[in-house]
Design a protein around this ligand. Structure first.
Ligand SMILES: [Ca+2]
Length: 151
């Protein structure tokens, strides 16, 4: 696993990468965790790993074949969770207005996460934005373990 130092880093072609709390630019890697800050992610990676909702706010330059991975426990779901279109994931063409549980949804070119659904009191947070995010489908979302592996 690689870990960047302080400040703004630009690194490429690393297998597992955890960014800093600052704004990192990351290209490639099989598991990429931008961590805090408004990161720029370039998706040759297999998984964009999010360990907590507060790590969102990133920009995706290109999604490629990458999936968004959300760590067990931190997003209201366990390793047995199924991500289901229309239940806890809503693509850009599906209304999420009636969701009452933790969910992800695509709005414009943004992937949003709402910890208590859209009918709850907590505001949604932006996980990532980018042109490729607009077309995200349920297959682009996964629950992952601490190592970023799909469970
Ligand atoms: Ca970062």
């Amino acid at each position: 696993m690689a870990k960047a130092g302080g400040g703004t880093d630009t690194l490429s072609n690393i297998t597992v990468f955890v960014g800093t709390s600052s704004a990192d630019t990351i290209t490639g890697g099989s598991v990429v965790c931008g961590a805090g800050g408004a990161d720029t992610l370039n998706g040759a990676g297999d998984i964009f790993l999010y360990r907590a909702p507060g790590e969102g706010g990133d920009t995706v330059v290109a999604l490629g074949a990458a999936k968004f991975g959300f760590q067990t426990g931190q997003f209201g779901y366990s390793a047995t969770t199924q991500i289901v279109d229309g239940l806890n994931f809503f693509d850009a063409g599906t209304s999420h207005a009636a969701s009452n549980q933790a969910c992800w949804y695509v709005e414009g070119n943004a992937l949003m996460y709402d910890s208590d659904g859209t009918t709850g009191g907590h505001a949604a947070v932006t996980i990532a934005t980018g042109a490729d995010v607009a077309g995200l489908s349920v297959s682009g979302i996964a629950i992952v373990d601490d190592a970023g592996q799909i469970v």
